[in-house]
Design a protein around this ligand. Structure first.
Ligand code: NAG
Length: 336
């Protein structure tokens, strides 16, 4: 009798907390509406296969025809609202573009990261958001060329990351028409392509046994630097855009947010904590790659175009049959 009651109610709770979607966003405090401008997936289930095209813009995210394109300006504050979750993990945002018509973009291809919040002061990004009703804010880079873009919101859920393919990916892609002064952002990386199910920030075998969360950095590259390009723009301080401003432009139009001040503190601290980790990891990668290059006998002419050609733990070819082996992040170099 007792177990009859307990088991179903536990499963119900687990199921409720286990899934989430991005439902709404604001540009400088103004929202186009609930689920407007977002390529909504058919369910709130996670993507599990990092090599699937779904890793770009979620299930059914390959076309945005019929989905609104929302105007924004470079440098604007974007606020997203996710379903509240208890999944430990980071939140990142990426851009793809510019293109003439984003509704035709499939999402597969080149992205650059514009925001990342991992684990800071004893809290994962999802906990910071949970305390703020699922709301999270960041800025678009100031130096962007005008055009239409996909804005990708990713929440990597690590609670089952101790098994291969256990990490869950919650993704929402928004369609923006951005007016900007021009600019160039780097580094970039490919989705699908840049993620591998055994990457150390995707498969974490010791997640519940001694893993040091404060060393974690989300997959993909570091946050891109966007510099002014073309005629007459002044060079802007890079990267600053990302984690500096969490305060919603107009908290009056947002559903909640009593803890906005706390969130701001967390986010601001992120950069200093994260940066040293990246440097360390990068050094390790360079060492590994060099060793491989000298020892690893020239296999069959190198990796194919868009194939992997380096990264921590990579045992495959380190030369390219086509293209140039290009560093993407500590765990991934690619022939492009
Ligand atoms: C992980 O997922 C991929 C893609 O679905 C599959 O090919 C592979 O066999 C899986 N690996 C394990 C260990 O489950």
């Amino acid at each position: 009798m007792l177990s009859k009651v307990i088991i179903p109610s536990f499963m119900l709770v687990a199921q409720t907390l286990a899934h989430q979607n991005l439902h709404q966003f604001w540009v400088n405090g103004v929202t186009p509406g609930y689920q407007v401008g977002i390529r909504m997936p058919p369910s709130n289930n996670p993507v599990l296969d990092v090599t699937s095209p779904d890793i770009a813009c979620n299930v059914n995210g390959e076309s945005g025809v019929g989905v609104a394109v929302i105007p924004a300006n470079a440098g604007d504050t974007i606020q997203v609202q996710w379903d509240v979750s208890t999944h430990p993990g980071p939140i990142t945002h990426e851009l793809q573009g510019p293109v003439a018509d984003v509704t035709k973009s499939t999402g597969s291809g080149t992205w650059f990261k514009i925001q990342e919040l991992d684990y800071v002061n004893g809290q994962w990004a999802n906990e910071v958001m949970e305390a703020n009703s699922g709301l999270f804010s960041f800025k678009l880079p100031a130096n962007l060329p005008s055009g239409q873009y996909l804005l990708r919101s990713e929440m990597e859920a690590l609670h089952a990351s101790q098994t291969i393919n256990g990490t869950q990916w919650y993704i929402g892609c928004m369609q923006l028409a951005i007016t900007g002064p021009g600019g160039t952002c780097s580094p970039t990386y490919q989705l699908p392509g840049a993620y591998h199910n055994t990457d150390p920030n995707i498969y974490i075998s010791d997640f519940y046994y001694g893993f040091t969360a404060s060393t974690f950095t989300a997959p993909g590259s570091a946050v891109a630097t966007c510099v002014a390009g073309g005629g007459g723009g002044t060079k802007t301080t890079a990267v600053t855009t990302t984690k500096s401003t969490t305060t919603p432009a107009k908290s009056t139009t947002t559903p909640a947010g009593p803890t906005t001040k706390t969130t701001t503190t967390m986010v601001t601290t992120t950069k200093s904590t994260t940066t040293p980790v990246r440097v360390t990891t990068t050094t390790a990668r360079v060492t590994t790659t060099t060793a491989k290059t000298t020892t690893g006998g020239g296999s069959s002419g190198g990796a194919p175009l868009y194939g992997q050609c380096g990264g921590a733990g990579w045992t495959g070819p380190t030369t390219c049959a086509q293209g140039t082996c290009t560093y993407s992040n500590a765990y991934y170099s690619q022939c492009i």
